[in-house]
Design a protein around this ligand. Structure first.
Ligand code: HEM
Ligand code: HEM
Length: 481
């Protein structure tokens, strides 16, 4: 090898140097402890929930892996989905919101005690829910609402307390405007509480009534809880980490109202070609296409905010997570709008393609944005950073793992659907899927590895130990963003 090239290569660092966090904004230690408690809980549920997900993916490769009833696919699958929904994503988002809401209102949180009680209720419901599901106690085949009502009531009570706490904080704000993040956060909490009430009341849930509510529930869960909540947080974190205002406040408001208008009507796209009224299915398809408006508005707003910030992107370890989250928001949502078309839904509905879409959105979009917020905010609160290399490895394992996961299931799922459409024996599609399921397990292993690193990084960022930030620390005055 050319000696000049060799010396260049040997001098090349393993990772691009990232700037250290140089500010400490923990002006309210009680709040810092509360935010950390939510995030530590979220990290634990992420590791546990995705260990279950990984085990499930191995069952597609070795179906005879075990013969234990509580390890059966039917029990573990809802444990995985409910843990990552209510444990990981919900705890992560609510925890970050506990910082964002008072900060953007420029006042203290209304009540710390309510914040702790809400955390207790939410965590207890995830634990009780998992134990019930493992014991075979469930609400039946109701995807994402498998938790029996007393358990879900506990979770909803946690959200209700959070809503009250945030509402009182926003009411007592010292700013004139309600910052856009709070529109999304309060909206998401109100919609989700409405959603849980509607979908757990039994009176009208007979026959098709139940099917309509199930479609409504499934999509409102992802569309009116995770999506607005995490978008609201990004409206705070992105400008904060880039140190510049959001590109357009009005575009954010447009995305908010169109999201509310279109997203609430698309639930029936989960049951196309079912005996539900044809017009109801058509409305769901039209509104799924209409979703392009808020998605393009939101994505454009974030990307235009990032424009010209190449330096921040290279030197920050939090912003790349946000960039990936925003791009996957666009990719996953566009994928969803197309999947809602009758011709394509016929191909993809029962196939693994939909599982790929779920992970591209819930993982690529929601989880990456939570990580971006956590990595940018927590060191600023505790004064302790995680090793940059380990954050970098987390990023790449999660990113490459998800690429493998998403591509293998999108390609495999399409071939699977085509095989069914051509009327081939079902067995053919199983044989065809074998390599794609193996690749999913490979991607899942990388993703799970990244979650262990996230746990390790969380431990490094915990407060209460010697501050590791360089002196002098900039004590930032309280301001909206
Ligand atoms: C424009 C926005 C979106 C549209 C139009 C859309 C559309 C769809 C469609 C058509 C399906 C398949 C339904 C079926 O055949 O059963 C689906 C499934 C799913 N989507 Fe989306 N999607 C969108 C965005 C999102 C986002 C942002 C998330 C997550 C935050 C998400 C999470 C899911 C999940 C988890 C499923 C699987 C549901 C199941 O278990 O059956 N989607 N989506
Ligand atoms: C190590 C990472 C992960 C692995 C290996 C994994 C694996 C799996 C497996 C094997 C299934 C069952 C698929 C089926 O029924 O055919 C599944 C379902 C699901 N997982 Fe994961 N998962 C992981 C992470 C996550 C995360 C972090 C989230 C959300 C934040 C998530 C959300 C979901 C959802 C929504 C479903 C239902 C999919 C559907 O019905 O369309 N997963 N996962």
């Amino acid at each position: 090898m050319d000696p000049q090239l060799r010396s260049k290569l040997t001098r090349r660092p393993l990772a691009v140097a990232k700037a250290a966090i140089d500010e400490l904004i923990d002006d309210d230690h009680g709040l810092t402890t509360l935010v950390f408690a939510y995030l530590v809980s979220a990290a634990w549920w992420l590791v546990f929930g995705t260990l279950v997900g990984l085990y499930l993916s191995l069952k597609f490769v070795w179906p005879e892996l075990d013969g234990v009833s509580w390890l059966s696919f039917g029990r573990l699958r809802p444990i995985h989905t409910n843990t990552v929904f209510w444990g990981w994503s919900s705890h992560g988002m609510v925890g970050l919101a506990y910082y964002v809401v008072p900060r953007t209102c420029r006042r203290r949180l209304y009540s710390y005690r309510l914040g702790w009680v809400a955390l207790g209720l939410m965590s207890a419901s995830v634990l009780a829910g998992d134990l019930c599901l493992a014991a075979g106690i469930s609400n039946g085949a109701q995807e994402y609402r498998e938790l029996v009502w007393p358990v879900m009531l506990m979770f909803a009570s946690g959200l209700a307390l959070t809503l009250y706490n945030f509402y009182r904080t926003v009411v007592g704000r010292t700013t004139r405007e309600i910052y856009i993040s709070n529109w999304y956060v309060l909206g998401a909490l109100i919609w989700t509480l409405t959603l849980i009430t509607i979908s757990y009341l039994p009176f009208y849930q007979r026959g098709f009534g139940e099917t309509v509510i199930q479609g409504y529930y499934m999509h409102q869960g992802v569309g009116m809880w995770f999506t607005p909540m995490v978008l609201g947080l990004t409206y705070y974190f992105l400008p904060k980490f880039l140190n510049k205002p959001i590109y357009s406040y009005s575009l954010g408001v447009l995305a908010f109202w169109t999201q509310m208008f279109f997203y609430t009507m698309i639930g029936s796209h989960h049951f196309l070609y079912s005996p539900l009224p044809w017009w109801l299915q058509t409305v769901a398809i039209l509104f799924s296409i209409g979703m392009i408006v808020p998605v393009v508005a939101g994505t454009a707003n974030f990307l235009l905010t990032m424009r010209g910030s190449g330096h921040a992107l290279r030197s920050s370890y939090a912003v790349p997570f946000l960039l990936v989250g925003v791009v996957y928001y666009f990719v996953g949502s566009m994928q969803g709008s197309f999947e809602a078309l009758r011709s394509l839904n016929l191909l993809w509905h029962f196939s693994s393609y939909t599982v790929g879409h779920s992970h591209i959105t819930m993982y690529g979009f929601v989880s990456f944005l939570i990580w971006g917020g956590a990595y940018g905010l927590l060191p600023r609160l505790s004064g302790r950073e995680a090793p940059h290399l380990s954050i970098g490895i987390h990023f790449w394992l999660a990113f490459i793992g998800l690429m493998i996961y998403g591509v293998s299931l999108s390609v495999g799922g399409t071939l699977q659907g085509l095989s069914w459409k051509h009327g081939e024996p079902f067995q053919n599609s199983v044989v065809l899927m074998a390599p794609y399921w193996l690749w999913r397990a490979v991607g899942g292993t990388l993703m799970f590895g990244s979650h262990l690193l996230f746990g390790f990084n969380m431990w490094h960022m915990l407060p209460g130990r010697t501050p590791a930030l360089p002196e002098p620390l900039t004590q930032e005055p309280a301001r909206a963003i």
